[in-house]
Design a protein around this ligand. Sequence first.
Ligand code: NAG
Ligand code: NAG
Ligand code: NAG
Ligand code: NAG
Ligand code: NAG
Ligand code: NAG
Length: 342
Amino acid sequence: MAEEICIFTKESLVIKPPKRTPAMSRMIVFVIAMSCSLYICSVSLKQTKVSAKRKLVDIEFTHKSCHDDWVDRSQIPYLHYPKPATFSRAECACNPVRLFAILSMQRSGSGWFETLLNSHTNVSSHGEIFSNKDRRANISSISATLDRVYSLDWVTSASRNECSAAVGFKWMLNQGLMQHHEEIVEYFNSQGVSVIFLFRRNLLRRMVSVLANSYDRYAKLLNGTHKSHTHSYQEADTLSRYKPEINSSSLMLELKKMEGTAMKAMEFFNNTRHIVLYYEDLIKNRTKLADVQQFLGVPEMVLRSRQVKIHKGPLSEHIKNWDIISRTLSGTAYERFLGADY
Ligand SMILES: *[C@@H]1O[C@H](CO)[C@@H](O)[C@H](O)[C@H]1NC(C)=O
Ligand SMILES: *[C@@H]1O[C@H](CO)[C@@H](O)[C@H](O)[C@H]1NC(C)=O
Ligand SMILES: *[C@@H]1O[C@H](CO)[C@@H](O)[C@H](O)[C@H]1NC(C)=O
Ligand SMILES: *[C@@H]1O[C@H](CO)[C@@H](O)[C@H](O)[C@H]1NC(C)=O
Ligand SMILES: *[C@@H]1O[C@H](CO)[C@@H](O)[C@H](O)[C@H]1NC(C)=O
Ligand SMILES: *[C@@H]1O[C@H](CO)[C@@H](O)[C@H](O)[C@H]1NC(C)=O
């Protein structure tokens, strides 16, 4: 291309009749020669830029290495090959690992959901690591904690080590997540962390669970020990015998607050890679668990939990002042919470 233009201008130089003074023509030749060489220069510069870029891509590719060829290219930002400081990934060093965080609220089934995930051979979900106040004191301790979890160096009973293909934990909205949302979204997006929202549709049932659980914190109904979750039907029965009384004058406001917080979280974290799950859907429709495994890029397995649901059956059996509560919600947007039974 550059050559063509140069030849063309040379020809036009030759063809042009020498009408101007020799000094003038020399000037013209000089200007044209200059612009020609500038052009050639810019073209070759462009070429070196391109090859530099290509080299960078090559390096990145061989660095990521292992065998990315078979994966969907759009997934590459979410595939990691961590090199933990505490152990070797051995024969699974070339299996990609996905990073995730379950964003949820207390008493929304996230404990149960985590036991399901952890029943998968390749999934490691470490629980509520930010219940510890020091770890969420500021964004630097949050980042340091996340780094340790995602490098596979966090040790809990949920650690799966060398053949983990998905690693994460659950993070309650009231554990620093909303205060530091901007920096956390930045961390998630730069490190390729996927978000699993887990909410409960029926916020009245969640409220019953919150009140009953906080009552048991001091009442300790199970022979003097407090339990938030149980594996026994007998214990579930004992725990559900306590019927909380719900404050009807603050009820509407409380429900609105809960709903607003969940909406806000979804807004804040909307531009992360995410999936939204509801506890009720997971209970009723086990194929939702296949969606989750697909989202996490792990081979599909049957997931199991030994946890037993505490509050079963109609809500009228679990609220002491049921008449007042049902009257308070009748005719409101939350009326649907009264009838749902599961
Ligand atoms: C962040 O919090 C941790 C734990 O409380 C503390 O040790 C550290 O000094 C804090 N860092 C900053 C920058 O405030
Ligand atoms: C899952 O774990 C098994 C054994 O622990 C391992 O053989 C397999 O390669 C792992 N799968 C993935 C996708 O990492
Ligand atoms: C409480 O303890 C008694 C006697 O040790 C036992 O029989 C009973 O099953 C226990 N109840 C629960 C709810 O664990
Ligand atoms: C119920 O809520 C109202 C309004 O928020 C509050 O003034 C009142 O103290 C609460 N009652 C109880 C028993 O907590
Ligand atoms: C998230 O973003 C999508 C597309 O930009 C938008 O349609 C959706 O309403 C947003 N959701 C929330 C909860 O902000
Ligand atoms: C169950 O979940 C799957 C996957 O999310 C969905 O396609 C299907 O329609 C659901 N079935 C019912 C009965 O809701």
